[in-house]
Design a protein around this ligand. Structure first.
Ligand SMILES: C[S@@+](CC[C@H](N)C(=O)[O-])C[C@H]1O[C@@H](n2cnc3c(N)ncnc32)[C@H](O)[C@@H]1O
Length: 237
């Protein structure tokens, strides 16, 4: 990446990716886009070269943004897309690239999420229970995307498309934090459905109880694993 590169991070959320990048690339132009501002940190706390905007990646990107970026990065948008929306979204976002620019996209295969015991005395029941409940509800979203990215990038006209996969548990030191991070997301989802009175939702009391046990599982050494997939490709010169 050259020092003044322009980077678009789509579905940027808390802009974590761009804030990390800003530490090493203070002169790059780093633009985050998301369908919602709800996770955006206050503009005052952002590095001066990070700017956040609103954009629905499923809709045609404004012509003013075509060909503007050296790098288009996407990470974990899967929960927001249905299966038929992937092709259109990849084609849309490819339009942001300058000739020679690169798209990099990371998605997780949560359909193979598992909670394992890290020690002989680890417990895993509560973590496994909430994991399975979440997966059962979200499966239609998680079955697609990570396994289609390379094909969709090629269809979008990108060249030199490659993929790689790694296991989420490969770094021993981050296992507890990664597992707790997933727990926070899953229990937030469970509470939302309970508050909405969705069919089959747990009561708040059941959720509190399961949550306490799930965090005790993590304390005992229980950790999560799934596969992380990355695909990248280049807009031809
Ligand atoms: C799990 S967060 C990922 C945040 C960030 N990419 C990261 O890795 O830290 C998913 C984000 O995707 C956003 N999102 C979902 N559907 C979207 C869409 N159609 N267009 C743009 N952003 C979308 C959500 O608003 C949310 O901020």
């Amino acid at each position: 990446m050259h020092p003044h590169a322009r980077v678009a991070d789509i579905a940027t959320g808390t802009a974590a990716f761009l804030r990390d990048l800003a530490r090493h690339w203070p002169d790059a132009i780093l633009d985050g886009y998301d369908i919602s501002t709800s996770l955006y940190p206050s503009a005052r706390t952002l590095p001066r070269n990070v700017t956040l905007h609103l954009l629905d990646a499923r809709r045609d990107v404004p012509v003013s943004l075509w060909g503007q970026y050296d790098i288009v990065h996407v990470r974990l948008i899967a929960a927001g897309l249905t299966a038929p929306e992937w092709g259109r979204t990849v084609r849309n976002l490819a339009k942001l690239l300058k000739p020679g620019g690169a798209m990099q996209w990371e998605e997780c295969d949560f359909t193979n999420v598992r909670h394992f015991p890290g020690r002989p005395d680890s417990t895993t029941d509560a973590a496994t229970t909430i994991g399975l409940m979440f997966l059962t509800a979200m499966k239609p979203r998680f079955e697609y995307g990570w396994n289609r990215l390379a094909a969709e990038m090629r269809t979008a006209g990108l060249a030199d498309v490659h993929t790689e996969a790694v296991s989420a548990d490969r770094v021993y030191d981050t296992r507890p934090r990664l597992t707790a991070n997933g727990m926070r997301a899953m229990f937030a989802w469970a509470r939302l459905h309970s508050a909405r009175g969705s069919q089959g939702a747990l009561t708040m009391r059941q959720i509190d109880d399961l949550e306490q046990k799930a965090y005790a599982d993590i304390q005992s050494g229980c950790y999560v694993t799934f596969d992380i997939h990355v695909a990248w490709g280049f807009r031809p010169e």
